[in-house]
Design a protein. Sequence first.
Length: 488
Amino acid sequence: MAEFVDNSTQSYYNHREALQTAFKSEELSNCLRIEISYDSDRNLLEIIDNANGMELDELTRAIVLDSPPPVRSGRCEYGMGLKTAACWFGSTWTIRTTKLGSQRELMARIHIPDLIDRQSENIRVEVKEADAADHFTAITIEGLYKPIRGRTPGRIREQLGSMYREDLRSGEVEILWNAAPVSYAEPSILTETLDGGITNVWRKDINFNVDWMDETLPVVGWIGLRTPGNQRDAGFVLLRRGRVVVGGPGEGFKPAEVFGQGNTFRSQRLIGELHLDDWPVTQAKDAFDWSGGLEDAFVDRLKSICRDYMDKAEGHREKTHKLSESDLILTSEPSQSVFKDKRFSAAIAEELRFPDPPKSDAQERADSELLKGASIGPVQYVLDIGAEEWIFRLHWQDQLSDAHWMQVNYPQDNIIDLFLNLAHPFFRPYLGRKDSLELLQKVVIALALAEKMARQTSQNGLVSPSDFRVYMNKVLRRAAEIQEVNGV
């Protein structure tokens, strides 16, 4: 998709002055407008722009392979983009275009199977009259090999916003996906108030060179710390000629020398935009050509420049997460009062002296059936561990008040039934609070998963309390890291 936008934006930048004059006399738009739409019923993709348009020589270059433009200092330099991208999407595509100041509209239709059958490279171009004030290019691709479904439209829109953030910021370019404007959400930068009321914003401009072979390659941009931290949206983006080449949502450039390994605070907070306009890229323009040790040289320079921001990212803690000793003491008071109550200590001592006898298998099954009959659900959690699937079924009920707060049954080795008793006194303070219920569900599922893991690794079928605690810690930590990455 980016190849089409590259062509449209470069056409605009090559003829900016003439187009801005033309926009002033037009009612529909005062900027470059790129409309991308997908018709799922017809499986048809269309890209229309109001850039400068093309004459015959330019159209010929656009549809003939290995025909680079005369000026290669912009986003279009290899002469492969449009035709390669169109052929990747589908075997049949049409281009209609008219150039500003021209009085003719050109149309070419390319059907790859037909060209192969005829063993011909000749493409017919139809010509008709047009108004000299008209200027546009419309590309229509039919019968896409991979229909655009599910979450793909949302990802395309998000990626376009990130990739062309510089164009969108300028106000000179507007991109629409299925009639909805594409946008880019600027990150929130960490700001601190220092002693004396001085405000410190953790964002700084950078400008350095990397010496490589016989060249000096410049890097210009900025680095910063985002708040709150977010694994998915952190990392650097590397731009070339105003367009993101590397980086974006979930794909930030994160060399381990700068960001560390795993879910470090640096990997959640450190961000930046680095312009590498003169650096070599691959022909597809989706990566930089790091051959010859160029990436290592780049990362070494980057690490030295980012050192203070790396240290700050690791040392900073969000104020909303910081608890003081007085907070901990204050929140412990309800539990402290229970522990000090003689009735509580007497009840615990009695449980130790007279423990409940173990239930028979028949009684366990009867209790389970009684709980199922009174319960709502289940909500099912499926965990694929490779060799098999573990299925956790969460039920809840508020009819049997004398039932345990939580009960776990194993109807099959890989199926775990969990029953929550919402009529239990423990749950009463939390029933009206969605966030509390969400937390309780997470803890309950983590408890059941930790117990299952401890059972699975036990040598004698008995669960060691220490094993249970270790697995509980691992489950909670890993789940939290993944949620952080996903921005949940």
